[in-house]
Each structure stands twice: as C-alpha cells, then as structure tokens.
Design a protein around this ligand. Structure first.
Ligand SMILES: *Cc1c(COP(=O)(O)O)cnc(C)c1O
Length: 398
C-alpha cells in the first residue's frame, strides 16, 4: 500500500477505502476465498507469481489469498504503513517478529502482555536469544548501555496493561536509531486510530487484532505493520511456521475494521465519562486513565495519542477482597479476560493476568491487589455507570 495514496485521508476513510483491489465482480467487500490453492493458465503466468514479479494468489498458508490481501491493505492504510501481514493471533505476530528481528538481542521496556513476557523470559533464551528487561519503562542510561553493547531490537507496549502507563515512542526511537537498533511497538491498547506509532518513529507495529481491531470478541488474529524491507523477512517465517490468518477470519476482521474509528470514539467517550465520574468516589483510591489530567502519562498521551482509549483501571479502597467483591457485584461488566469488544469487561489483574507474580513483584510493577481493569464497551454509558455505582455502593445487607 503506497503511503502517499492514503496518508492525506482521515482514519474513517482509510478504514473503508484502504482496500484498493476489487475482485473480478467488483465486490465492495472482498468475499471469502475459501480456497487453499489458485490455478494459473500456464507456467509463464505461474512463474510471474512464484518468482515474485507479481503479487498474486497462490496458496493460502503462504498468505497469498485475495481475502488476506484485502485485509492487509486496510491494515496498512490504517497504520500509515507500506505493508501489513495478518497472523492467526497476536502471539503469532509477536513471536514471528522476535524470530525475524530479535536475534541480536531484545530489550523490553515496561510492562508487556503475559504471553510476550513468557516468550522473552523463557522460550527465546532457550533458543539462545538474549533478552533484557527494563520494567520501569524508558530509562535512557540503562537503555544506552544495552544498545551500545549491540542489542538489536527494542520492544514496548504503550499504553501498558493494566496501569496504562505511556512510553515516549519518539524518544525511544531516536535513541535506538542512533545505535542502529529497531523499535517495535505493541499498540493493541492504542489502536491505529489513537496512535500512529510508525509516524512517531517506531519501525514495526504489532497488534493483537483479537481486541479492538476485531472488536466483537468473536475472532482471534494478529497483525504486523511496517516498511516492506522489515516485513519481508517476517513473511518467510509466517509462511514456514504456518501462522497466516485464515480467509474466513480475515473477512470477519475486514468487516470489523470498517467500524473501528466509530467504535473507538464511543469506547473513549464512555471511558472518559466513567473515569471522571468515579474520580472522587469514596470506595476508590485512584482512577487510572490517560485522559485524566491527574494521570502520570497525561501530557505524553496528549502529544502521542489522538484519543485516550477505552481502558480504565480503578484502585478499589480496601484492597484485594474489596476489589473482588466489586467485580463480583458488577452485572453489565462481565468478569472475563481480554478487552476491546462491544461488551464491557472487568478483570482483577492479581487474580488473572498477573496471578503468577508474587504480591511484592506486582507492587514493584505498580500493580496493586485492589486494582480492577475495565474494558469499557459500547453500551449506554448511563447503564455502565449505574452498574458501577451499585457495585461500589451496595445496599446495606445485600
Ligand atoms: C491480547 C494481547 C496480546 C496477545 O494477543 P492474542 O491475539 O491473544 O494472541 C498481545 N499484546 C497485548 C497488549 C494484548 O492485549
């Protein structure tokens, strides 16, 4: 997808017109090519594709399927990227990124998703890949030391889970690029609507499309966006690991992307309203939301993001048991991991995403046992607020 064509268009237009190719029937939405292989009229035509002179459909495991092409064009347009590859999950995208670009060592800034942490702590070192951690985020001196020793990939999420801290992508990229290192950002929480990570200086962006991009809690997918030069090696890994997205899910995800800008507006208008309404609630010690001026990352969020997202983290007064009781009293917020769907969800990090860490380790990472993470859905915000209020102020005796 040539950047020049779409870079002047707004996100909602890109979400709808990012796909440039039409099939032979002119379908506005690329149909599901439920096909494993594609036939050519003669060997010369086949060689055009297999020898890379023309991008054509060939074999679906390779990702060479028109339904995937259409999705990838839209994903690239949304992110302002030259290219995008779609994967069978966020972890498939992230592991392929590490295998392709992590062999000179990886330094991980700040909090990252549990599966990512597992890869970096356990599996990649088993393969001889060196990994380093800077849980406090971007400390320029420590990073400088690691980059000077030749570490080739800086990896980060922003905003992070569950404390919604921000990392300055431009500052990290400037520092990494001075040493010839690449910067990859997991922008799942931000989405391409709220954060144009490549324009800020990142080299590669990854998403768990299972979350906001899919947006309906009905599909598992991942995506990687960036320049062709950096995506090309990942293509071979995807091909041979067999982790390309299936055409059925690609079609569902393409459909979802058309409403992503609209959905994000609603998610964040409701998240902002909930964060502000609960700010002075006596049952809450702290509300973490990048859209609140009290949030430590607020000024960076204003510079780096176009919107503050749909995730709100509450610190419930009274700690772990009090937070569990609030989570259990909520009725519209379903108690479930994941995020970014139409329906609101709640999780208590100390019982789910961060249950494997000791209380001390969680405290060191700023994750208290009284934390509840809300994924604010698309319901009427008045109903969500009423649900939160009844859970926070139960009737005496109930
Ligand atoms: C969910 C998630 C992942 C993993 O994505 P899957 O699609 O479940 O493989 C990676 N990063 C972040 C930030 C996530 O929230």
């Amino acid at each position: 997808m040539p950047q020049t064509r779409s870079s002047h268009l707004g996100p909602a237009t890109r979400a709808i017109h990012g796909q440039r190719q039409r099939d032979a029937f002119g379908s506005p939405h690329m149909p599901i090519y439920d096909t494993t292989t594609f036939a050519y009229p003669d060997t010369a035509a086949l060689l055009e594709v297999t020898e890379g002179r023309r991008r054509g459909p060939l074999y679906s495991r390779y990702g060479l399927n028109p339904t995937l092409f259409a999705l990838e064009e839209t994903l690239a347009a949304l992110e302002g990227a030259e290219a995008a590859w779609a994967f069978s999950s966020g972890m498939a995208a992230i592991s392929t990124l590490f295998l392709s670009h992590g062999r000179r060592g990886i330094v991980c800034l700040g909090e990252v998703y549990g599966g990512t942490l597992g890869l970096l702590e356990q599996q990649l070192p088993e393969l001889g890949i060196e990994t380093h951690f800077m849980p406090e985020g971007h400390d320029p001196d420590t990073l400088e030391r690691l980059l000077a020793s030749g570490t080739g990939l800086v990896y980060l999420e922003t905003p992070t889970n569950p404390t919604l801290q921000l990392i300055d992508i431009a500052a990290v990229a400037e520092q990494a690029h001075r040493h010839g290192a690449l910067v990859a950002v997991d922008a799942t929480f931000a989405t391409p609507i709220n954060q144009q990570s490549l324009a800020l200086g990142a080299d590669i962006v990854v998403h768990s499309a299972t979350k906001y991009l899919g947006g309906h809690s009905d599909l598992t997918a991942g995506a990687v966006m960036g320049p062709v030069r950096l995506l090309e090696p990942m293509w071979r890994w995807r091909q041979n690991l067999g982790s390309a997205l299936s055409p059925q899910i690609a079609s569902l995800l393409s459909r979802s992307l058309r409403t992503l800008p609209l959905r994000m507006q609603r998610h964040e208008a409701s998240a902002q309203a909930i964060a502000e309404a609960l700010l002075d609630h006596p049952a809450i010690d702290r509300v973490l939301y990048p859209g609140l001026p009290s949030h430590p990352g607020h000024s960076l969020a204003r510079r780096q993001m176009r919107g503050f997202g749909g995730m709100v983290t509450l610190e419930i007064a009274g700690g772990r048991d009090a937070a569990t009781a609030v989570a259990d009293r909520l009725t519209l917020f379903a108690l479930a991991p994941s995020l970014g769907g139409a329906e609101s969800l709640v999780t208590q990090p100390c019982t789910t995403s961060h249950a494997d860490l000791s209380t001390e380790e969680r405290t060191r990472r700023g994750i208290s046992d009284g934390m509840l993470r809300l994924s604010v859905g698309l319901e009427d915000v008045e109903d969500l607020l009423a649900d939160l209020h009844q859970a926070l102020d139960p009737e005496p005796g109930s």
